[in-house]
Design a protein around this ligand. Sequence first.
Ligand SMILES: [Zn+2]
Length: 378
Amino acid sequence: MLKAIRVHAPVSRSDLPRLTGLAAGTISQTTAELVARGYVVEARETEKRSGRPRTYLTIASEGPLVLGAVISTTNTLLITFVDLNGTIRSESELPFVGPGSIAELAERVAETIAQAIDASRFARERIEHVGIGVPALVDSVEGVVHFMATFEDTPYPFAAAVADRIGLPVTIEKGTTYKARAQHWHGAAQGHDTFTLVNVGLSLDSAAYSDGLPRVGVHGFGPELAHVRTGSPDDAELCYCGSRGCATTYASIYSIVLRGFGADAAQLDPRNEAEVEALFIELLDRACAGDSDARAVFDTAGAHLGQVLASYVKIADPGLILIAVPDMRFERVIQEAFSAALNHGILPPILKMTEIRFTLQEKNWHSLGTASLALEKS
Ligand SMILES: [Zn+2]
């Protein structure tokens, strides 16, 4: 309902049943609650006309705020205060001292959030919910981190640990889910309630939306396409998950750079996103200029990305797949091998009905996504 009011505001209460598909009774009850909580403001129609005057609803821009925080792999916290319209009210990136364990990470994150709130001009009481993006395997429902490449002390009740320290409700989520949410609220998936996002980043990541909310399984996990095997286990690269031949070891930016630069990239720190991305763009330049070695690396990436998506389309019937990339030329250089793998791997009628679209990664969607998480959970 908040989504409908945000998109159509000012919206007459009598139009909401048509816009949301909810019953009129539910609309009255919920709008009354939203008004009471300060989320929504009502205005009576001022123009004179026959019949009952209409009540118009808008989102209260001076009402509650939500706070989104994204943990980067280089020990910074990107913190965003967002109002219920989804407008960014304040944004800052704060460094913290590198933690030695996941418990310490939760502590540092809590301290940094508390600092950011103190430094902001917003009263703590105005903050309704905190959403935190964690680069890990996360059970978002229970707030537990189950696997993190850098620490071993998992599972760990991360959300509860942070919430205890800052005294605000906290929801955590893995990186790609909040990127999917940002696409849903602000980006290429606006108006699509059901879609899957595949993010071609340092690793290959994925998240699914269904009926307007993230789709997770029994244990709160989303689809992990990165670790679906597309290579032969005998001669395939070792993945950071411990398995061999995972799709991410062929089609992620980091693996593409490793393959493209060989021994020259052996010392490259996989967490140094800026450096990995710069090398990726250099390789892309070469492939676009016709360099056959560079092209071969992108052919391999395209083939494995196509293969993992072919399996996923058959299992999940996702309707729309958005592939977020750091440079749109990526679509062009993988196209041939990617299409061949899809055509080879999916029944033509299913492939025809599935929309697969490339979209550019937007940097500030990290923060918009976690803030929208807080919006959804408020
Ligand atoms: Zn893996």
